[in-house]
Design a protein around this ligand. Structure first.
Ligand code: ZN
Length: 345
Protein backbone atom coordinates (compact mmCIF):
# COMPACT_ATOMS: atom_id res chain seq x y z
CA UNK A 1 0.00 0.00 0.00
CA UNK A 2 1.61 3.24 -1.03
CA UNK A 3 1.27 6.32 1.11
CA UNK A 4 0.22 8.24 -1.97
CA UNK A 5 -2.78 6.01 -2.39
CA UNK A 6 -3.62 6.27 1.31
CA UNK A 7 -3.42 10.07 1.13
CA UNK A 8 -5.55 10.08 -1.98
CA UNK A 9 -8.10 8.09 -0.05
CA UNK A 10 -8.09 10.70 2.67
CA UNK A 11 -8.52 13.54 0.15
CA UNK A 12 -11.02 11.79 -2.05
CA UNK A 13 -13.39 11.36 0.82
CA UNK A 14 -14.88 14.71 -0.19
CA UNK A 15 -17.78 16.03 1.84
CA UNK A 16 -19.45 12.71 2.62
CA UNK A 17 -18.46 12.30 6.22
CA UNK A 18 -17.08 15.39 7.84
CA UNK A 19 -15.65 13.88 10.98
CA UNK A 20 -14.03 11.12 8.99
CA UNK A 21 -12.29 13.57 6.70
CA UNK A 22 -11.09 15.36 9.76
CA UNK A 23 -9.79 12.15 11.30
CA UNK A 24 -8.20 10.97 8.08
CA UNK A 25 -6.66 14.31 7.21
CA UNK A 26 -5.13 14.33 10.66
CA UNK A 27 -3.69 10.92 9.88
CA UNK A 28 -2.50 12.12 6.48
CA UNK A 29 -0.90 15.25 7.89
CA UNK A 30 0.80 13.41 10.71
CA UNK A 31 2.16 11.01 8.11
CA UNK A 32 4.01 13.87 6.51
CA UNK A 33 4.88 15.90 9.59
CA UNK A 34 6.32 13.10 11.69
CA UNK A 35 9.46 12.08 9.89
CA UNK A 36 8.82 8.39 10.29
CA UNK A 37 5.92 6.46 11.69
CA UNK A 38 6.65 3.10 13.19
CA UNK A 39 5.62 0.00 11.35
CA UNK A 40 3.11 -1.08 14.00
CA UNK A 41 1.61 2.42 14.00
CA UNK A 42 1.00 2.23 10.24
CA UNK A 43 -0.46 -1.24 10.63
CA UNK A 44 -2.94 -0.24 13.28
CA UNK A 45 -4.07 2.59 10.99
CA UNK A 46 -4.47 0.17 8.10
CA UNK A 47 -6.80 -2.04 10.18
CA UNK A 48 -8.81 1.03 11.08
CA UNK A 49 -9.18 2.07 7.44
CA UNK A 50 -10.27 -1.43 6.47
CA UNK A 51 -12.96 -1.17 9.09
CA UNK A 52 -14.24 2.13 7.67
CA UNK A 53 -14.09 0.83 4.10
CA UNK A 54 -16.06 -2.31 5.02
CA UNK A 55 -19.04 -0.53 6.57
CA UNK A 56 -22.36 -1.04 4.84
CA UNK A 57 -25.92 -0.51 5.95
CA UNK A 58 -28.99 -2.56 5.36
CA UNK A 59 -30.82 0.36 3.74
CA UNK A 60 -27.72 1.93 2.13
CA UNK A 61 -28.70 5.15 3.85
CA UNK A 62 -25.30 5.50 5.29
CA UNK A 63 -21.89 4.14 4.64
CA UNK A 64 -18.42 5.57 4.62
CA UNK A 65 -16.81 6.30 1.23
CA UNK A 66 -20.20 6.46 -0.47
CA UNK A 67 -18.62 7.90 -3.60
CA UNK A 68 -16.62 4.71 -4.12
CA UNK A 69 -18.19 1.68 -5.72
CA UNK A 70 -18.09 -1.60 -3.81
CA UNK A 71 -15.43 -2.82 -6.28
CA UNK A 72 -13.29 0.23 -5.66
CA UNK A 73 -13.60 -0.19 -1.92
CA UNK A 74 -12.67 -3.84 -2.17
CA UNK A 75 -9.63 -2.89 -4.21
CA UNK A 76 -8.47 -0.57 -1.43
CA UNK A 77 -9.16 -3.22 1.18
CA UNK A 78 -7.10 -5.73 -0.83
CA UNK A 79 -4.22 -3.22 -0.95
CA UNK A 80 -4.39 -2.76 2.80
CA UNK A 81 -4.42 -6.54 3.29
CA UNK A 82 -1.27 -6.75 1.13
CA UNK A 83 0.36 -4.08 3.24
CA UNK A 84 -0.58 -6.02 6.39
CA UNK A 85 0.58 -9.28 4.83
CA UNK A 86 -2.84 -10.67 5.68
CA UNK A 87 -4.73 -13.25 3.63
CA UNK A 88 -8.53 -12.93 3.83
CA UNK A 89 -9.90 -15.97 5.61
CA UNK A 90 -7.00 -16.08 8.04
CA UNK A 91 -8.00 -15.64 11.65
CA UNK A 92 -8.50 -11.94 12.27
CA UNK A 93 -10.37 -12.17 15.53
CA UNK A 94 -11.03 -8.93 17.39
CA UNK A 95 -8.32 -9.99 19.83
CA UNK A 96 -5.75 -10.15 17.09
CA UNK A 97 -6.76 -6.76 15.71
CA UNK A 98 -6.82 -5.25 19.16
CA UNK A 99 -3.31 -6.43 19.79
CA UNK A 100 -2.07 -4.08 17.07
CA UNK A 101 -0.52 -1.24 18.90
CA UNK A 102 -0.06 2.48 18.25
CA UNK A 103 3.18 2.40 20.22
CA UNK A 104 6.23 0.68 18.76
CA UNK A 105 7.03 -1.99 21.28
CA UNK A 106 10.20 -2.95 19.43
CA UNK A 107 11.81 0.17 20.78
CA UNK A 108 13.65 -0.25 24.04
CA UNK A 109 11.70 2.52 25.71
CA UNK A 110 8.77 3.84 23.69
CA UNK A 111 7.50 7.18 24.99
CA UNK A 112 10.45 7.52 27.40
CA UNK A 113 8.65 5.77 30.25
CA UNK A 114 11.87 4.32 31.67
CA UNK A 115 14.16 7.27 31.00
CA UNK A 116 15.27 8.75 34.34
CA UNK A 117 15.77 12.12 32.61
CA UNK A 118 11.97 12.46 32.50
CA UNK A 119 11.59 12.32 36.28
CA UNK A 120 12.37 14.44 39.28
CA UNK A 121 13.41 12.35 42.26
CA UNK A 122 11.96 13.62 45.52
CA UNK A 123 11.94 17.21 44.30
CA UNK A 124 8.28 17.77 45.23
CA UNK A 125 7.56 19.75 42.08
CA UNK A 126 4.05 21.10 41.56
CA UNK A 127 3.91 20.89 37.77
CA UNK A 128 4.38 17.84 35.58
CA UNK A 129 7.14 18.80 33.12
CA UNK A 130 5.49 17.43 29.94
CA UNK A 131 1.92 18.39 30.81
CA UNK A 132 0.25 21.30 29.09
CA UNK A 133 -0.48 23.99 31.64
CA UNK A 134 -4.19 24.42 31.02
CA UNK A 135 -5.78 26.41 33.80
CA UNK A 136 -9.30 25.13 34.16
CA UNK A 137 -11.73 23.74 36.73
CA UNK A 138 -12.31 24.94 40.29
CA UNK A 139 -9.86 24.35 43.07
CA UNK A 140 -11.51 23.83 46.46
CA UNK A 141 -8.56 23.78 48.83
CA UNK A 142 -5.02 22.69 49.55
CA UNK A 143 -4.10 19.01 50.06
CA UNK A 144 -3.30 18.33 53.74
CA UNK A 145 0.28 17.36 52.82
CA UNK A 146 0.50 19.92 50.00
CA UNK A 147 0.53 17.05 47.47
CA UNK A 148 -1.92 14.28 46.46
CA UNK A 149 -1.66 10.98 48.37
CA UNK A 150 -2.98 9.03 45.41
CA UNK A 151 -4.63 9.15 41.98
CA UNK A 152 -8.14 8.21 40.83
CA UNK A 153 -8.38 6.91 37.25
CA UNK A 154 -11.51 7.97 35.31
CA UNK A 155 -12.73 8.03 31.74
CA UNK A 156 -14.41 11.12 30.31
CA UNK A 157 -17.38 9.10 28.92
CA UNK A 158 -17.11 11.35 25.90
CA UNK A 159 -15.48 11.99 22.55
CA UNK A 160 -11.77 11.77 21.93
CA UNK A 161 -11.74 15.41 20.98
CA UNK A 162 -8.43 16.66 22.34
CA UNK A 163 -7.21 18.60 25.35
CA UNK A 164 -8.82 21.91 24.46
CA UNK A 165 -12.35 20.52 24.30
CA UNK A 166 -11.68 18.45 27.42
CA UNK A 167 -10.55 21.51 29.33
CA UNK A 168 -13.58 23.55 28.39
CA UNK A 169 -15.75 20.71 29.66
CA UNK A 170 -13.84 20.88 32.95
CA UNK A 171 -14.42 24.63 33.10
CA UNK A 172 -18.16 24.12 32.57
CA UNK A 173 -18.52 21.42 35.20
CA UNK A 174 -16.27 23.12 37.78
CA UNK A 175 -14.42 19.86 38.38
CA UNK A 176 -10.64 19.64 38.53
CA UNK A 177 -8.48 16.85 37.13
CA UNK A 178 -5.59 15.89 34.90
CA UNK A 179 -6.55 14.98 31.35
CA UNK A 180 -5.09 12.56 28.77
CA UNK A 181 -6.16 12.75 25.11
CA UNK A 182 -6.09 9.90 22.58
CA UNK A 183 -2.45 10.52 21.64
CA UNK A 184 -1.37 10.49 25.27
CA UNK A 185 -0.95 14.25 25.53
CA UNK A 186 -1.58 15.37 29.09
CA UNK A 187 -3.06 18.57 30.53
CA UNK A 188 -2.67 19.82 34.09
CA UNK A 189 -5.37 22.18 35.30
CA UNK A 190 -3.79 23.50 38.50
CA UNK A 191 -0.76 23.16 40.76
CA UNK A 192 -0.52 19.73 42.44
CA UNK A 193 -0.84 21.57 45.73
CA UNK A 194 -4.59 22.08 45.27
CA UNK A 195 -7.57 19.76 45.02
CA UNK A 196 -10.94 20.01 43.37
CA UNK A 197 -13.94 17.73 42.72
CA UNK A 198 -13.66 14.71 40.45
CA UNK A 199 -14.78 11.59 42.34
CA UNK A 200 -18.10 12.50 44.03
CA UNK A 201 -19.35 10.21 46.80
CA UNK A 202 -16.54 7.74 47.41
CA UNK A 203 -14.39 6.02 50.02
CA UNK A 204 -10.90 4.66 50.26
CA UNK A 205 -8.78 3.48 53.18
CA UNK A 206 -5.97 5.87 52.21
CA UNK A 207 -8.26 8.90 52.34
CA UNK A 208 -9.56 10.14 55.65
CA UNK A 209 -12.06 12.60 54.17
CA UNK A 210 -13.53 12.96 50.70
CA UNK A 211 -11.34 11.10 48.22
CA UNK A 212 -11.25 14.17 45.94
CA UNK A 213 -9.71 16.17 48.80
CA UNK A 214 -6.84 13.69 49.16
CA UNK A 215 -6.18 12.17 45.71
CA UNK A 216 -5.70 13.81 42.33
CA UNK A 217 -7.91 12.64 39.48
CA UNK A 218 -7.03 11.83 35.89
CA UNK A 219 -9.63 11.69 33.13
CA UNK A 220 -8.71 9.60 30.10
CA UNK A 221 -10.65 10.48 26.94
CA UNK A 222 -12.79 7.43 26.10
CA UNK A 223 -16.47 6.70 25.57
CA UNK A 224 -16.77 4.16 28.40
CA UNK A 225 -18.98 1.06 28.27
CA UNK A 226 -20.50 0.29 24.89
CA UNK A 227 -23.64 -1.39 23.67
CA UNK A 228 -23.61 -3.82 20.79
CA UNK A 229 -25.92 -4.77 17.94
CA UNK A 230 -25.36 -6.80 14.78
CA UNK A 231 -23.67 -3.85 13.05
CA UNK A 232 -21.19 -2.98 15.76
CA UNK A 233 -20.65 -1.01 18.95
CA UNK A 234 -22.25 2.22 20.15
CA UNK A 235 -21.46 4.71 22.94
CA UNK A 236 -23.93 5.60 25.69
CA UNK A 237 -25.08 8.73 23.85
CA UNK A 238 -26.40 6.58 21.04
CA UNK A 239 -27.62 3.52 22.90
CA UNK A 240 -31.01 3.44 21.19
CA UNK A 241 -30.76 5.36 17.96
CA UNK A 242 -27.78 3.35 16.67
CA UNK A 243 -26.74 5.85 14.09
CA UNK A 244 -23.82 4.39 12.12
CA UNK A 245 -22.07 7.73 12.46
CA UNK A 246 -21.70 7.06 16.17
CA UNK A 247 -20.50 3.52 15.75
CA UNK A 248 -17.15 2.74 17.36
CA UNK A 249 -14.61 0.73 15.39
CA UNK A 250 -14.15 -2.88 16.53
CA UNK A 251 -10.49 -2.05 16.65
CA UNK A 252 -11.15 0.27 19.60
CA UNK A 253 -13.32 -2.18 21.51
CA UNK A 254 -12.37 -4.72 24.10
CA UNK A 255 -14.47 -7.19 26.07
CA UNK A 256 -13.76 -8.13 29.66
CA UNK A 257 -15.53 -10.63 31.89
CA UNK A 258 -16.26 -9.59 35.46
CA UNK A 259 -13.13 -9.57 37.62
CA UNK A 260 -12.31 -7.52 40.71
CA UNK A 261 -13.16 -3.87 39.90
CA UNK A 262 -14.19 -4.69 36.31
CA UNK A 263 -17.88 -4.99 35.40
CA UNK A 264 -18.38 -7.50 32.55
CA UNK A 265 -18.96 -5.84 29.18
CA UNK A 266 -17.65 -4.08 26.11
CA UNK A 267 -15.33 -1.14 26.66
CA UNK A 268 -13.92 1.66 24.55
CA UNK A 269 -10.36 0.68 25.32
CA UNK A 270 -7.76 3.31 26.18
CA UNK A 271 -5.35 3.74 23.28
CA UNK A 272 -1.86 2.33 23.78
CA UNK A 273 -0.57 5.89 23.91
CA UNK A 274 -3.04 6.66 26.71
CA UNK A 275 -1.91 3.63 28.72
CA UNK A 276 1.75 4.63 28.36
CA UNK A 277 0.94 8.21 29.34
CA UNK A 278 -0.96 6.97 32.38
CA UNK A 279 1.94 4.76 33.51
CA UNK A 280 4.39 7.61 33.07
CA UNK A 281 2.10 9.93 35.04
CA UNK A 282 1.87 7.48 37.96
CA UNK A 283 5.66 6.95 37.97
CA UNK A 284 6.30 10.70 37.93
CA UNK A 285 3.77 11.47 40.70
CA UNK A 286 5.35 8.81 42.90
CA UNK A 287 9.04 9.51 42.23
CA UNK A 288 8.51 13.26 42.64
CA UNK A 289 7.23 12.83 46.20
CA UNK A 290 7.37 9.23 47.45
CA UNK A 291 6.77 10.22 51.08
CA UNK A 292 3.26 11.45 50.28
CA UNK A 293 2.11 9.70 47.09
CA UNK A 294 1.40 5.99 47.62
CA UNK A 295 1.00 3.41 44.87
CA UNK A 296 -1.74 1.53 46.74
CA UNK A 297 -3.73 4.76 46.43
CA UNK A 298 -3.72 4.59 42.62
CA UNK A 299 -7.34 3.52 42.30
CA UNK A 300 -10.14 3.15 39.82
CA UNK A 301 -13.27 5.23 40.30
CA UNK A 302 -15.06 1.86 40.29
CA UNK A 303 -13.01 0.80 43.33
CA UNK A 304 -13.89 3.83 45.45
CA UNK A 305 -17.52 4.23 44.30
CA UNK A 306 -18.54 0.59 43.71
CA UNK A 307 -22.09 0.11 42.45
CA UNK A 308 -22.24 3.74 41.41
CA UNK A 309 -19.34 4.01 38.95
CA UNK A 310 -17.82 1.57 36.42
CA UNK A 311 -14.80 3.57 35.21
CA UNK A 312 -12.14 2.64 34.23
CA UNK A 313 -13.42 -0.99 34.25
CA UNK A 314 -11.83 -3.02 31.47
CA UNK A 315 -10.48 -0.02 29.51
CA UNK A 316 -6.86 -0.41 30.56
CA UNK A 317 -5.61 -2.96 28.05
CA UNK A 318 -2.06 -4.21 28.24
CA UNK A 319 -0.73 -6.92 25.92
CA UNK A 320 -4.24 -7.62 24.65
CA UNK A 321 -5.72 -8.09 28.10
CA UNK A 322 -7.88 -5.86 30.35
CA UNK A 323 -5.99 -5.10 33.57
CA UNK A 324 -7.74 -4.93 36.90
CA UNK A 325 -6.64 -2.00 39.02
CA UNK A 326 -4.52 -4.23 41.23
CA UNK A 327 -2.76 -5.58 38.12
CA UNK A 328 -2.30 -2.00 36.94
CA UNK A 329 -0.73 -1.04 40.28
CA UNK A 330 1.66 -4.00 39.96
CA UNK A 331 2.60 -2.85 36.46
CA UNK A 332 3.30 0.66 37.85
CA UNK A 333 5.46 -0.84 40.62
CA UNK A 334 7.56 -2.73 38.08
CA UNK A 335 7.85 0.45 35.94
CA UNK A 336 9.19 2.33 38.94
CA UNK A 337 11.74 -0.39 39.78
CA UNK A 338 12.97 -0.25 36.20
CA UNK A 339 13.29 3.56 36.28
CA UNK A 340 15.17 3.41 39.59
CA UNK A 341 17.44 0.69 38.24
CA UNK A 342 18.29 2.83 35.21
CA UNK A 343 18.77 5.80 37.53
CA UNK A 344 21.39 3.73 39.39
CA UNK A 345 19.44 3.35 42.62
ZN1 ZN B 1 -15.07 8.68 37.16
Amino acid sequence: MSLTKASWLAQANGSTVTFLIFALSLLASSTTSLVMLSDSHEKSRAWKRIWFLSQTDENEEFCFYKHLSIDERNEFIADYYDFLDYKPGQDASPTERNSKTDVDLNEDDPRGLFDPANYSFGEKRRWIPWAKDATSGNKRGRYSAGYPKGLVVHWTAGHRNGLEAGNSLMRNTGMLYLLIDDEGKTAQSDSLEFYGYHAGKSNHTGAAGYVSDEYAGVEVQAAGMLSKDKNGFYPWWDKNQRNPRNRISNYEVTFSPQKENITAGYYHRFTDSQVWALRRLVAWLYLNNPEVFQLENVVGHDEISPGRKVDPGGSIVWQGYSLTMSEFRDLCRSDISEILKRHGK
